[in-house]
Design a protein around this ligand. Structure first.
Ligand code: PLP
Length: 453
């Protein structure tokens, strides 16, 4: 048998979000160690992790306190569930902490292992809720094209990205996708941000009326779209969307899986954008992804209706073996303690300014169409023609070239087609932001040569 990590992997492992034939041809990059904002591969090459893993490692890649929190919990009670009137210290304490941290009107939490499971659970809880409220026809969802909410059958249906639907027979639940709130590509010529936001809110209202308000349960959106390209909504968008939701008794779900815990320079992006959601979904930075964990925050009204109905039925028939896992919740508590003690939210705000202004220096570059972001999340949109905002080929080959070549300059980022996304660990320093952007600049020069060839 072959025994290098790369060979073993190539022979036996089907990877997510990977072109399997390409992986077979070139082999995987074997990652070995992490240190602050850096990761190293098996050959000892060091990279700035410009995407914090998968938008998630807030405290950096070697935070010993999280290792100790996990080890202590492992030694004490490595596993217990929270079914059937049981709980344990870490789940109870993290629930309490999350209720304290999130907006006041969110008073209860349900735990899952991943963002996808969390959104799947949200769908089921809302169906359960509307059955409880005696309106079983109110089951449809509204989401956005370009939005990302996960990949399970139901959460993947809410996701509005073509590659998550193609050949998977999705959507598989009743959902309507409305226009992506991204002015650069979707506003009409001469349309103000305000007018664009109004048009999008009108579209949502028209969609609700078309379906019948009595059949539309909820609207889901990321305050700022992450995996779909770091798309900052036009000014006033959320206020208008919220008003439409209220008008038709449609619940508002803020998917803060990427933005939660400081990413936009405030603890939650709902604060940044003035959203008052009925449900808030958290994951990723909740544990800095050292352990899989997600949390669904809900209002007291939602909780009370669910509690009453579960009493009538005898139980809430939903939950995972790993729901509220003691090691994951213990790590979550310690991770949040670090975020608070080190004021990583303040650092995200301050370093976000540095990041956005460093990137702004590339505004005149021939490949750069738009630079966008809030706090420590940003994207640079590469285009074939700046004046007409024409994209490169639909496959995003230029962005894919950038992604690969960045490794040669010691940088890992994410290309979403031809948008280059940044989402570094929240611990990043000013010098490191500048170094990350310098490496971006070198890669951009190589990409210009590639695009012109
Ligand atoms: N929601 C958002 C906004 C996300 O960005 C993601 C993952 O990137 C998810 C949900 C799904 O989370 P997971 O990959 O943990 O299932």
């Amino acid at each position: 048998r072959q025994n290098s990590t790369a060979e073993l992997d190539k022979a036996a492992h089907l990877h997510p979000y990977t072109n399997a034939r390409k992986l077979e041809a070139v082999g995987p990059r074997v990652m070995a160690e992490g240190d602050g904002i850096f990761v190293r591969d098996e050959q000892g090459n060091e990279y700035i992790e410009g995407l914090a893993g998968l938008w998630s490692v807030a405290v950096g890649f070697n935070q010993k306190r999280l290792v100790d929190a996990a080890a202590e919990q492992m030694a004490k009670l490595p596993y217990y569930h929270v079914f059937a009137q049981k709980t344990h210290g870490p789940a109870a304490r993290l629930a309490d902490k999350l209720v304290e941290l999130t907006p006041e009107h969110l008073t209860k939490v349900f735990f899952t292992n991943s963002g996808s499971e969390a959104n799947d659970t949200v769908i089921k809880l809302i169906w359960f809720l509307n059955n409880a409220l005696g309106r079983p026809e109110k089951k449809k969802f509204i989401a956005r094209t370009g939005g990302y909410h996960g990949i399970t059958v139901a959460s993947g249906s809410l996701t509005g990205l073509p590659w998550n639907h193609a050949s998977f027979d999705l959507p598989a639940i009743p959902v309507r996708h409305v226009t992506t709130p991204h002015a650069y590509f979707f506003a009409e010529e001469g349309e103000s941000e305000e007018a664009f936001a109004q048009r999008l809110a009108d579209e949502i209202e028209a969609t609700i009326l078309e379906e019948g308000p009595e059949t539309v349960a909820a609207f889901i959106g990321e305050p700022l779209i992450g995996a779909g390209g770091v798309l900052v909504p036009p000014a006033g968008y959320w206020q208008k969307v919220q008003a439409v939701c209220h008008k038709y008794d449609v619940l508002l779900i803020a998917d803060e899986v990427i933005t939660g815990f400081g990413r936009t320079g405030k603890m939650f992006a709902s604060d940044t954008f003035g959203i008052t959601p009925d449900i808030m979904v958290l994951s990723k930075q909740i544990t800095s992804s050292y352990q899989p964990l997600a949390a669904i925050m809900m209002t007291d009204a939602i909780y009370q209706a669910i509690a009453d109905h579960s009493e009538r039925l005898g139980t809430l028939g939903h939950g995972f073996t790993g729901t509220g896992h003691p090691v994951a919740t213990a790590v979550g508590l310690e991770n949040i303690a670090i975020i608070e003690e080190q004021d990583l939210v303040g650092n995200a705000a301050a370093m976000g300014k540095v990041l956005q202004s460093e990137l702004a220096r590339f505004a005149d570059h021939p490949l750069v169409g738009e630079i966008r972001g809030v706090g420590l999340i940003a994207a640079v949109q590469l285009v074939a023609d700046k004046s007409s905002r024409t994209r490169f080929d639909p496959e995003g080959k230029v962005g894919a070239f950038f992604f690969e070549r960045a490794h040669d300059h010691g940088l890992i980022i994410r290309n979403i087609k031809d948008a280059i996304a940044f989402c570094p660990p929240l611990i990043i320093t000013e010098e490191q932001v500048c170094e990350m952007v310098a490496r971006f600049g070198k890669t951009l020069e190589d990409t210009l040569a590639f695009a012109e060839a």
